[in-house]
Write a protein that binds this ligand. Structure first.
Ligand SMILES: [Ca+2]
Length: 382
């Protein structure tokens, strides 16, 4: 087992290269923070409000979407600004709004962005949708092109709306959904809520799903807000928000049931059930990692990759809102267990939402503090 021991105690250096977004921002990335680990942190964008996800295009643009419905870009030429988009039907309520974003595998050719977002119809009907957009060459506007998936249930409270997108190198899309606080959805094979879905970019079920006619890839989830593909192995991990106990990282396999079944009480959504309940869900697949109690709220994660990361190369980093840190996990060779755990950036930037590995090997994070939020770039080496 390789340990993270040498990483701890290294000195953090905090850079300050940043691109102002809505207005020139103060140099908020200053020195003097507590030492954590051997990385340098700089600010890519600031002045944001709950940026949910970051995507990096092949032409070097860094795009984010705020949950309340605004796209902001840091272009490769150093300029930054809003990207116009028709979000007139966006359903923003509680945890739901403009959520996951991902560029098409073929972005260099098709300039396609996928979003997962709440939708409200003319009669007040609400669901969660995956939408395809075309990005203009100058990064000033998105043109809405197609609805890839519709009808993912949105709970009336706005809780547990998911929704993370992963554009797989094979050209398909994985979609991590929330259960919409439905008692029955996680174990209902006909509901797309409380699942990981796997679809082609036209929304049809991808090959390899347990039911070839269904987009459902895995079952029994509460609120999958993170999806991470392990470099080299192709293993797909889901990261979900726990109840009062057990945020989870799960190794996802087609047809797997991850054991959340909140229907014990016949009248209400029952969050006192276990996040994985092998007694009531025979064959439920145990989590690779869980937070235990209390939960720390884990909305995202990605694998670090590349020699510059040193001992952190290959680690899975999981963001935490409540504990305001990155959980750093080393997984066993077979991918089913954690062999080492540490954390970094503890209580330095507030709540952390998403984690994205950029093509240049640096790690992009979004903060989730409600105002003054940032996109951070974490570079290995002090
Ligand atoms: Ca579970």
């Amino acid at each position: 087992m390789r340990g993270f021991g040498a990483v701890l105690g290294a000195v953090i250096a905090l850079g300050s290269t940043q691109v102002a977004c809505t207005a020139p921002a103060p140099d908020t990335a200053t020195a003097g923070l507590p030492a954590t680990t051997g990385v340098t942190v700089s600010t890519v964008l600031d002045g944001l409000a709950r940026p949910w996800e970051v995507a990096v295009s092949p032409d070097g643009a860094i795009l984010t979407g705020e949950r309340a419905g605004r796209f902001v870009v840091a272009r490769a030429d150093g300029s930054a600004g809003e990207v116009a988009a028709d979000l007139a039907d966006l359903h923003v309520h509680g945890e739901t709004g403009l959520m996951g974003i991902a560029f098409s595998r073929d972005f260099a050719v098709d300039r396609t962005l996928y979003t997962c977002q709440g939708h409200v119809g003319p009669l007040g009907d609400r669901d969660i949708r995956v939408v395809a957009w075309t990005v203009d060459p100058g990064w000033t506007a998105l043109t809405r092109r197609a609805e890839v998936l519709t009808g993912i249930p949105a709970g009336s409270s706005g809780r547990h709306g998911g929704c993370r997108l992963l554009a797989h190198p094979d050209g398909t899309l994985f979609v991590g959904t929330g259960d919409g606080t439905s008692r029955t959805a996680p174990q209902d094979p006909t509901s797309p809520a409380g699942k990981v879905l796997h679809v082609n970019v036209d929304g049809t079920p991808a090959a390899g799903n347990p039911d070839p006619g269904s987009p459902v890839f895995t079952f029994g989830h509460r609120n999958v807000q993170g999806l991470a593909l392990q470099p080299g192995t192709g293993r797909l991990y889901g990261i979900e928000q726990g109840t009062r106990v057990d945020d989870e990282v799960n190794l996802l396999t087609a047809g797997g049931n991850y054991g959340y079944r909140p229907d014990r009480n016949p009248l209400r959504y029952d969050e006192s059930v276990p996040m994985t309940d092998p007694d009531r869900v025979p064959g439920a697949i145990a989590a690779v990692w869980s937070s235990g109690a209390p939960t720390i709220a884990t909305p995202g994660g990605t694998f670090l990759s590349g020699a510059p990361w040193g001992e952190l190369d290959g680690a899975l980093v999981v963001t935490s809102q409540q504990a305001e840190k990155l959980v750093v996990l080393r997984l066993s060779e077979d991918g089913t267990a954690v062999t080492d755990e540490t954390s970094m950036l503890d209580e330095q930037f507030g709540r952390l939402r998403s984690a994205t590995l950029a093509p240049d090997g640096t790690l992009l994070l979004t903060t989730d503090n409600g105002s003054g939020d940032r996109i951070l770039r974490v570079t290995p080496g002090a």
